[in-house]
Ligand binder design. Structure first.
Ligand code: AMP
Ligand code: GLY
Length: 425
């Protein structure tokens, strides 16, 4: 079977790396891909939201399965586009349909879903321009810090957490009345602040059956000790040491089962990955958010621990036979460290040559914002490359990644040197 992966980050390189290992995959394509996917697949220079061009490529290359990496095409309805097209409807698409992708596309939709299905989450109310006064009054009933979330997709920037009540009111006004995040902040969800440690849980579903992948923890802030601006993710660890069997059991019973049953009850068409962002409050898991895709860089530590043939799993998701699959997980820990461009997540330069990639031993470099130019690997984004390693412990794995990073270089290369710092007992 010929397979197309949509996307160009470390997550998509990891998908391609895992799919390429399967004998069920004949030809593998990635659109638009990066320097890493170019080594193991054919890159197609097409944007992930240019559905008409994707259609042409799918037909020209006899592609029978499309694995969608990022949320954007899902929220824009790429799966529905395939189903509604006579020439494409036989193609398997891994990723939920538009209606279900609203779980990531709208915070209010997600909160209503969580409440409707009695899934533990922060208390909330949502407001529009017309109810901004009610929003101020609601803020006055809460204890600080105040959590304000733009309803729609805001490139990961739509969540603002403030200590001061007046600042929170001003922020609410800025989002609703001054359209700080454009369309995305036409509605704002205000939430109770939850205090705890975060982790991510990844679930595969065919719409009725589910399988749980290993947990992971990512490090979102640019600075050591979890300080500074939010990024897409600076590193990740799997499994999460504090996720004991008892805690995992709570996640499955209280969150995963009602989520999948909720899809069925609400007729939400869902074949794909469910990324559940969780926070451990006391000994209990609560949902912070749903994403309708895998995490990045969590994928770079979760998929390397999956022993199964990935294509067999993807086929089972698409065929509704996920119950026949027995997920096998490597006992070892996996960690990844993200190399980023100096300045990221603010302005940064591109086009810097990356050297030393071929000298890496015992780690896997998953390329992200990196492309081939005149035979050289050069930077093309903020997050450049994720260096993944295995270890008997996460500490051992992290050490291996840092050893290999010593061999890598590009101008203004930056990375966090403290990944895993908060996991020590
Ligand atoms: P999100 O974009 O929903 O992932 O939110 C971004 C980050 O904001 C999360 O990863 C949390 O660190 C934080 N956050 C979101 N909601 C809450 C909440 N209710 N309480 C505490 N922190 C939160
Ligand atoms: N690493 C967080 C995300 O993929 O959204």
């Amino acid at each position: 079977m010929n397979i197309l992966v949509l996307g160009s980050g470390g997550r998509e390189h990891t998908f391609a790396w895992k799919i390429a290992q399967s004998s069920l995959c004949d030809k593998l394509f990635v659109a638009p891909g990066n320097s890493g996917t170019a080594e193991i697949a054919t890159n197609i220079n097409v944007s992930v939201t240019d559905f008409e061009s994707i259609k042409k490529q799918v037909l020209n290359n006899n592609i029978e399965m499309v694995v969608v990496g990022p949320e954007d095409p899902l929220v824009k309805g790429v799966h529905d586009f395939f189903l509604n097209d006579d020439e494409l409807k036989h193609v398997s698409v891994i990723g939920p349909q538009k209606e279900a992708a609203e779980l990531e596309g709208s915070k209010e939709f997600a909160k209503e879903f969580l409440y409707r299905h009695n899934i533990p989450t922060a208390a909330y109310e949502s407001f529009t321009k017309d109810t901004v006064e009610k929003g101020y009054a609601f803020l006055e009933t809460l204890n600080p810090p105040y959590v304000l979330k733009a309803d729609g997709l805001a490139a990961g920037k739509g969540v603002v957490i403030l200590e001061d009540l007046d600042e929170a009111k001003a922020e609410l006004k800025s989002m609703l009345v001054d359209a700080k995040f454009g369309e995305a902040s036409t509605k704002v969800v205000i939430e109770e602040f939850l205090d705890g440690i975060e982790l991510s849980c990844f679930v595969l579903t065919d719409g009725k059956n589910y399988k749980i992948l290993p947990t992971a923890k990512d490090y979102k802030r640019i600075g050591e000790g979890d300080t500074g601006l939010n990024t897409g993710g600076m590193g990740a660890v799997s499994p999460v040491p504090f996720a004991t069997d008892e805690f995992l059991n709570k996640i499955e019973e209280r969150i995963v089962k009602p989520t999948i049953n909720g899809f069925k009850k609400d007729n939400l068409p869902y074949v794909g990955f469910v990324f559940i962002g969780l926070i451990k409050v006391g000994d209990d898991p609560k949902v912070i958010e749903y994403n309708v895709r895998m995490g990045d860089p969590e994928t770079e530590v979760v998929l390397p621990r999956l022993k199964n043939d990935f294509v067999e799993i993807l086929q089972a998701m698409s065929n509704g036979t996920l119950d026949k699959i027995n997920i096998e997980i490597d006992e070892r820990a996996a960690t990844t460290i993200m190399l980023v461009s100096g300045g990221y997540p603010e302005a940064y330069e591109k086009g810097k040559e990356i050297t030393g990639v071929n000298t890496i031993e015992g780690s896997i470099p998953f390329h992200a914002g990196a492309i081939l130019k005149d035979g050289k690997i050069v930077t093309s984004g903020g997050r450049v490359m994720a260096i993944t390693s295995y270890g008997n412990t996460y500490q051992e794995a992290i050490k291996k990644s840092y050893q290999n990073i010593e061999k890598l270089h590009f101008d203004k290369m930056n990375y966090r040197k403290d990944i895993g710092f908060d996991l020590q007992k």
